[in-house]
Design a protein around this ligand. Structure first.
Ligand code: NAD
Length: 292
């Protein structure tokens, strides 16, 4: 296929490289001066999109996605597919899908999980929203860039799945970290705590697969001085998107709201910026009870 790829950052560059390595003809564009192996660089987003069967975007946020979509949609041929893999707000995903469909294009919102390692290794999970036809057109590309693609429903459903998952993840990581810090103060050995919880009703992905305590459980960013991994800044972004969506859908999400507030404080007022999101554990370790 002829593929236009817009946004060749930490995630986009390795994803595009994997498509090129699989034999697709990829033309890329990024605002920054980047080069990616196997990819021809275009001078604009519209140029990268011209004549493409599929245009993939991997951009920082919904506002930028809307702007780029306005540039590429008029350049695309009818029947081509616009596939956005960025994590953006549900409203932007739906607005872009509406514009694309009005122009006779297929459209998919397909945010990913799996991080930079998953992008490089071609093991991402795609959560997709859009019509059956649009999903079918993008599926062979998802199969190259990832190991799993779930068609979640109509436009916006992929973004909805992503932010609901990450709202659970953020809140679960916080409570796992605070439980370790409480265990410390109660004199309970961390390894014993892991042995019990990882096989009891408190188990979770945060505890079992990504344990925030160094030297306990599987290898995780905790064993690498909390270098990301999944940065606290990105968790904060996703939690904000979850609360923005909850606001516009009138959903009551008190735990999600608290998780957002704690990550905001951690990243913006404390030392969380640039650290893995599991670095909440050393944060709690050094604190006493919040009397405020
Ligand atoms: P990044 O900042 O490394 O890459 C974004 C790229 O978009 C940059 O290279 C930037 O120059 C480019 N860009 C910005 N505006 C542009 C424009 N108008 N036209 C063309 N290019 C433009 O970010 P990333 O880590 O690659 O993340 C991309 C998306 O994936 C984000 O929405 C993020 O939330 C999501 N995501 C990231 C991770 C992760 O671990 N990094 C995991 C899952 C999802």
């Amino acid at each position: 296929m002829k593929i236009g790829f817009i946004g060749l950052g930490n995630m986009g560059a390795p994803m595009a490289a994997n498509l090129a390595a699989a034999g697709h003809e990829v033309t890329g564009f990024d605002m920054a001066d980047v080069s990616v192996e196997g990819i021809r660089m275009a001078g604009s987003a519209a140029e990268a999109a011209t004549g493409a069967d599929v245009v993939i975007t991997m951009l920082p946020n919904g506002q930028i996605l809307r702007k780029v979509a306005d540039e590429v949609i008029p350049a695309m041929s009818k029947g081509a597919a616009l596939v956005d893999c960025s994590t953006v707000d549900v409203d932007s995903a739906r607005a872009v899908a509406e514009k694309a469909e009005a122009a006779g294009l297929l459209s998919v919102d397909a945010p990913v999980s799996g991080g930079i390692g998953g992008a490089a290794g071609g093991t991402l999970t795609f959560m997709a929203g859009g019509s059956e036809d649009a999903f079918d057109k993008a599926k062979p590309l998802f199969d190259i860039m990832g190991q799993k693609a779930v068609h979640c429903g109509e436009a916006g459903a992929g973004q909805a799945a992503k932010i609901c998952n990450n709202m659970i993840l953020g809140a679960t990581m916080i409570v796992t970290c605070e439980a370790f810090a409480l265990a410390d103060k109660l004199g309970l050995d961390r390894q014993k705590m892991f042995d019990v919880v990882s096989t009891s009703s408190g188990y979770s992905w945060s505890m079992n697969a990504y344990c925030p305590a160094p030297g306990v459980g599987p290898q995780s960013p905790a064993d690498n001085d909390y270098k990301p991994g999944f940065a606290a800044d990105l968790m904060l972004k996703d939690l904000r998107l979850s609360q923005q969506a909850a606001e516009s859908a009138d959903a009551d999400t008190p735990m999600g709201a608290l998780a957002q507030a704690l990550y905001a404080r951690f990243v913006e007022e404390e030392d969380g910026a640039g650290r893995d999101f599991s670095a909440m554990l050393p944060r709690f370790e050094t604190r006493g009870r919040d009397k405020g």
